[in-house]
Each structure stands twice: as C-alpha cells, then as structure tokens.
Design a protein around this ligand. Sequence first.
Ligand SMILES: C[C@@]1(CC(=O)O)c2cc3[nH]c(cc4nc(cc5[nH]c(cc(n2)[C@H]1CCC(=O)O)[C@@](C)(CC(=O)O)[C@@H]5CCC(=O)O)C(CC(=O)O)=C4CCC(=O)O)c(CCC(=O)O)c3CC(=O)O
Ligand SMILES: NC(=O)C1=CN([C@@H]2O[C@H](COP(=O)(O)OP(=O)(O)OC[C@H]3O[C@@H](n4cnc5c(N)ncnc54)[C@H](O)[C@@H]3O)[C@@H](O)[C@H]2O)C=CC1
Length: 247
Amino acid sequence: MELNGWQHPLPVMMNLARRRCLIVGGGPIAERKLRSLLAAGAEVTLVSPAFTAGILEMEHQPNVNVKRQSYDESIWTAHGAVRFALVIAATNDSQVNRQIAQDANAHNLLVNIVDKPELSSFILPSVVRRGKLVITVSTGGASPSAARKIAKEIDKTYGDEYEIYLDFLSETRLFIQERVKDKKARQGLFKDMLAWDLMPLIREGKFEDWKEKFNLALHGEAWMQSQEQVEMELPSWSFINEIGQHV
Ligand SMILES: C[C@@]1(CC(=O)O)c2cc3[nH]c(cc4nc(cc5[nH]c(cc(n2)[C@H]1CCC(=O)O)[C@@](C)(CC(=O)O)[C@@H]5CCC(=O)O)C(CC(=O)O)=C4CCC(=O)O)c(CCC(=O)O)c3CC(=O)O
Ligand SMILES: NC(=O)C1=CN([C@@H]2O[C@H](COP(=O)(O)OP(=O)(O)OC[C@H]3O[C@@H](n4cnc5c(N)ncnc54)[C@H](O)[C@@H]3O)[C@@H](O)[C@H]2O)C=CC1
C-alpha cells in the first residue's frame, strides 16, 4: 500500500511498555531503532543472519530476542499468531524491505521501512528529551539530517531546568486534580500556574527553597485539607497564586 506521501501525518506518543516489536536487519540502523524501542520499554525480536557488536552485547537482556535467520514469512506465525505492535524493516536489501512492508500491511501492522518512507506507516523523528518533556522534529522523510540538525538547535535552547519545571507542574497538577472537582476551576488554576516565572529561580538554584515555601502554603490550606472536593470557589488560591506570581 503506497501511502499518499507524508503531507499530513499524525504525530503520536506511544506507550510501548511490554509491547512486542519486530526489527528485521542487524546493522547500525537496526541497532539505532532497537535502542529507541528498548528505551520505550518494548520487547524486541530481531531477525537477521548477522548483527552488529552493539546488538550482540544486548542479546542477553530480557527484552531482546535475537533470531539468526534471514527474513521469511514464518516470522509472522512462529508463535501461532501475529504478535507485533510495530514492525521495522531495516535490512540493506530494498526488495526484502518491500516484501516486509507488504506482509506487515497484509497483517494490518504498523510498519517502518528504513529506506522507503512512502511505504512506511510510521517513521521515527529526531528527539530531544528533558525528563517528561519530549520535543520531536520530523521532516516526513524529506531530510532526516535536517530534522537532526534542528533537534540539535532545540537541544541547546532547552536546558535541564525544563525537567525540573515539568516535574513541578506535573506534581502540582496531580495534587490539584485530586482535590478540585470542578473542571473549569481546575483549568483556571493550571493557567495561573503557567504564568509563574519559575525558570530564573531554577537556573539560579533558588527553586528548592521556593518550592518548599510553596508546598507548605499549598498543602496547608484549609480547602486542600478538606475531605470534600472543592466545587468552585477557591478563596485561598489567590494566596497561592500570589506566591507564584512574586517569585
Ligand atoms: C523516513 C525515515 C524513516 C525512519 O528511519 O524512521 C528515514 C529515512 C532515511 N534516512 C536516511 C539517512 C539518514 N538518516 C539519518 C538519521 C536519522 N534518520 C531518522 C529518521 C528517518 N530516516 C525517517 C524520517 C525522519 C524525518 O525526516 O522526520 C532519525 C531522525 C531518527 C531515527 O533514525 O531514529 C535519525 C536521526 C537521529 C538523531 O536525531 O540523532 C542520517 C544522519 C545520521 O545518521 O547521522 C542519515 C544520513 C544523511 C541523510 O541522508 O540525510 C535515508 C537515506 C539512506 C541512504 O541514502 O542509503 C533514508 C531513506 C530515504 O531517505 O529514502
Ligand atoms: N532510516 C534511516 O535512518 C537510515 C536508513 N538507511 C538505510 O538503512 C539500510 C540499513 O542500513 P545499515 O544498518 O547501515 O545497513 P548494513 O548493511 O550495515 O546492515 C544490513 C543488515 O541487514 C541484514 N539483512 C540483509 N538481508 C537480510 C534478510 N533477507 N533478512 C534479514 N536481515 C537481512 C544484514 O545481515 C545486516 O545485518 C541501508 O541500506 C539504508 O538504505 C541508512 C541510513 C539511515
């Protein structure tokens, strides 16, 4: 199935924890894709007559299953059923890669063909990570090295402070989500939080002290302590917001 170019792909973030994925091929590109899948928690089966030293070093990890054979159709049914969440064809034989694309499509599986974006149902972007913050760059296959270059520029701009910032937002958001029932009220609070200029505090190493003060105020408030979820008005939020605004 030839896809209609990469005019308007759907960007997604996938939770691959304990999902079985298949990589066909054992060269440096297969190794790069393997590392990405393992970092996402996937269980990966690799099929290839030969493997890089890097792959062989990982062979005995519990999430890695190495099969020393050329690709053939038995891969799909080896365990009685099609069992892969994602498939990556990373051989250096474009005919074999094309065949894998056809077979994966026949099984209705998502497939990435490393030498043929137009036959792929997904491609991998270049990635910048700061803890929970993930920034991805894709050119839809137009220029993977441009994607990488742009990601490197972003990498320089977004420092480690974003990881701390996101952890704080995540913690506080969860705390509020558990206690404030009214959706509109919650969203108002999240909007207020985003306006707080915390980044300079983090950069100057003053954030931990500020956070302690903030958390004392947040956790100490009567409305936060009540067992009842708050419906709408949060009179003491303005006090919390004051602390946030005057960092
Ligand atoms: C379509 C896609 C399919 C896919 O693999 O998912 C694809 C396809 C191809 N890549 C090729 C070449 C190179 N790819 C890279 C690097 C990366 N390639 C990645 C993704 C993608 N590559 C997908 C599109 C992503 C997008 O555009 O958004 C990255 C971002 C992510 C990753 O691989 O995980 C990773 C950077 C990781 C990082 O950030 O560090 C480099 C540079 C390098 O290795 O340093 C080169 C050499 C320079 C050059 O050619 O530009 C070739 C030609 C092969 C040949 O000529 O033989 C093809 C096939 C074709 O173009 O037809
Ligand atoms: N998507 C990307 O980011 C990039 C893609 N490429 C493309 O990826 C392809 C693979 O790149 P490398 O890993 O550097 O190639 P490589 O030549 O080092 O490795 C190819 C691997 O495929 C295996 N293989 C060959 N025939 C097979 C078969 N029938 N069944 C199973 N395994 C088989 C080989 O044993 C080998 O392990 C290149 O041919 C190139 O077209 C190249 C650079 C970047």
